[in-house]
Design a protein around this ligand. Structure first.
Ligand SMILES: Nc1ncnc2c1ncn2[C@@H]1O[C@H](COP(=O)(O)OP(=O)(O)OP(=O)(O)O)[C@@H](O)[C@H]1O
Ligand SMILES: [Mg+2]
Length: 308
């Protein structure tokens, strides 16, 4: 899992494309768990660079590499991921191809939908590509499925080429912060690490500061030590569930009464529904779209502070 820290995230810099690809290939090598799908990388002509948040671009590449790797059956000895970089006019393209199982034509339209997954429960959240898409769009680029047949799949990323002069003269603050930036500190609580990772990346796109907890107890510890504008918690978690967490948090500090949003992926039992209704708080049912998620944040967070 990638590590996110506030300092690194959201800040855009001029990043050589080949370098960031190499970094992610390195990261994949370190992460290997007994499985080695070779990654073949052909650097394009010249030193192409993009103006991006390095951490976020790495997250996108990692999502694509992981998907490719997961599409290649473990039984296959000739599995290969191939990366190519090209440029056209003032745009850079990064192609990530694999010779995996491919995506059936009838499913190709859905791969960017949040929570769309063909993986077993617990193995995929279906948030990888939707968050990757949001990240690339936020950088003025596009991410699309370029090709997929039973012989393999290619995804393409396109980003504006960075102006080399940006390195010495940082762009004005307005460019650093998307016009839709929100402000606030968020505590995200879910027992599924992939959900935490993907939603964190999405929240950080809006310049929000995010802390995460993998269970109710860890969340409560953070709530006792730090102050948050909003707590977004899964309801179903082993041990202390999201509603227990809410009760404990409000006992700790009454002001949390209005600062919770609940999420859940399963049909809820009547008793849980009753407890949820009693809080009078917003509830997001998975699958939700990232736009819905974003609108929920808009309503829940304090007024944005004007960008100086
Ligand atoms: N390279 C690929 N080859 C074949 N299928 C793919 C590929 N990339 C994505 N898919 C399909 O798109 C779906 C959605 O991908 P996405 O990354 O959004 O979620 P996921 O991989 O299922 O879960 P997670 O986000 O937790 O990794 C996958 O479940 C898979 O069916
Ligand atoms: Mg994925």
């Amino acid at each position: 899992m990638l590590e996110f820290s506030r300092k690194e995230t959201g800040r855009r810099e001029v990043v050589p494309v080949a370098q960031v690809i190499e970094e992610v290939i390195q990261l994949k090598r370190l992460q290997r768990r007994g499985r080695e799908v070779p990654i073949d990388f052909v650097a394009g002509p010249g030193d192409l660079a993009v103006h991006v948040c390095r951490q976020q671009l790495k997250q996108v590449l990692l999502t694509l590499f992981n998907n490719s790797e997961q599409a290649i059956p473990t039984s296959r000895a000739d599995g290969l991921i191939r990366i190519a970089v090209a440029s056209f006019r003032d745009r850079v393209q990064i192609f990530v191809s694999d010779n995996g199982s491919g995506i059936p034509p009838e499913l190709q339209k859905q791969v960017f939908d949040p929570f769309f997954t063909t993986k077993a429960p617990g193995e995929g959240t279906g948030l990888g590509l939707s968050v990757a898409h949001a990240i690339i769009e936020a950088h003025g680029g596009s991410l699309w499925l370029a090709d997929s047949t039973s012989r393999g799949t290619t995804f393409a990323i396109e980003l504006p080429v960075a102006d080399a002069s940006l390195e010495s003269a940082p762009p004005p603050a307005l460019e650093l912060i998307p016009p839709s930036a929100l402000s606030g500190r968020i505590l995200l609580v879910d027992d599924e690490p992939n959900i935490l990772e993907a939603l964190t990346a999405f929240l950080q796109l809006s310049q929000l500061e995010v802390r995460t907890a993998g269970n109710g107890h860890a969340a409560l510890e953070l709530l006792a030590r730090e102050n948050f504008d909003l707590v977004i918690t899964d309801i179903r978690m082993p041990g202390m569930d999201g509603l227990d967490l809410y009760e404990n948090a409000t006992r700790l500090n009454r002001s949390y009464e209005r600062r919770f949003i609940f999420m859940s992926g399963f049909l809820l039992g009547t008793s849980v529904k009753t407890r949820l209704a009693a809080t009078g708080l917003p509830y997001m049912e998975k699958p939700f779209s990232l736009d819905e998620f974003r609108r929920m944040l808009d309503r829940a967070l304090p007024e944005k502070t004007a960008v100086a």
